[in-house]
Design a protein around this ligand. Structure first.
Ligand code: NAG
Ligand code: NAG
Ligand code: NAG
Ligand code: NAG
Ligand code: NAG
Ligand code: NAG
Ligand code: NAG
Ligand code: NAG
Length: 174
């Protein structure tokens, strides 16, 4: 029981710490792997690429171009590697707007290195790192198309200080 509650409180502290870090762009946090949409290729056998295939080569190119452009001050960059279907690799990165370009770059560089290790062989992957960035790639064009993969809601448990102002700003954004 003690061990159990210790785990709970450690986890609560961790979550709380992450929230504080998310609210404080001044404090530099390491990007942590959060979750990914990695179709289970072994089970479905529908979306895998073979080692040394043209798709893999294009994917490697795509990921290095995303890395190289992770200093893009917009926090977003898309690229298409290859020109002959079905081996074209489409992809982009997106960073959180309230962090610096340097944080975005750190995140995209490390994410583009680790994504293939975390989801080997899959042609269509979306991966999120907390708190900075996400990377998505596919063998089908994914630009300006809605994401219909799995959904997660990331809650910020803090209360707003001025609910009236918050609703005004939220209204504008939406
Ligand atoms: C895919 O499914 C297999 C068999 O159920 C499982 O062992 C493996 O961990 C799964 N991989 C992922 C990435 O979910
Ligand atoms: C996956 O499909 C390919 C061709 O469609 C086939 O050659 C291969 O054996 C399949 N792999 C598995 C694990 O079912
Ligand atoms: C992308 O890959 C999936 C799974 O291998 C396949 O079903 C689909 O037809 C491919 N799309 C294109 C445009 O080649
Ligand atoms: C892929 O290419 C590398 C380097 O050319 C080679 O060492 C490796 O055996 C190849 N793998 C497969 C599965 O063909
Ligand atoms: C990003 O870095 C590359 C290479 O280091 C450089 O050529 C490019 O000008 C940089 N772009 C921005 C927006 O800083
Ligand atoms: C980036 O996305 C836009 C909008 O969908 C698209 O028109 C453009 O071709 C893409 N750029 C690359 C390099 O893939
Ligand atoms: C937010 O406000 C509610 C209602 O006033 C309060 O019960 C709750 O403890 C507050 N949460 C935080 C994280 O301050
Ligand atoms: C909250 O924001 C509204 C709208 O901007 C403003 O009128 C009001 O004075 C603010 N209240 C406080 C307590 O700051």
């Amino acid at each position: 029981m003690d061990n159990f509650s210790h785990k709970i409180s450690t986890k609560a502290l961790f979550v709380y710490t992450i929230c504080l870090l998310s609210l404080s762009p001044i404090i530099k946090a390491q990007p942590n792997f959060l979750f990914m949409d990695c179709p289970n290729a072994t089970l479905t056998n529908t979306s895998t690429y073979a080692p040394n295939s043209t798709y893999q080569t294009n994917l490697n190119t795509l990921l290095s171009v995303l890395s190289a452009n992770s200093n893009n001050s917009n926090g977003f960059y898309n690229f298409t590697a290859g020109s002959s279907p079905p081996d074209v690799a489409y992809g982009f990165f997106l960073c959180r707007g309230d962090f610096s370009t340097a944080d975005c770059q750190d995140c995209v560089v490390s994410a583009s290195k680790s994504v293939v290790e975390r989801c080997p062989g899959s042609k269509q992957v979306t991966i999120w790192y907390d708190p900075y960035c996400m990377i998505r790639y596919s063998n089908e064009s994914i630009f300006s198309t809605p994401y219909v993969g799995f959904r997660r809601i990331l809650r910020n448990p803090q209360n707003v200080t001025n609910a009236t102002l918050f609703r005004e700003v939220l209204g504008e954004v939406l």
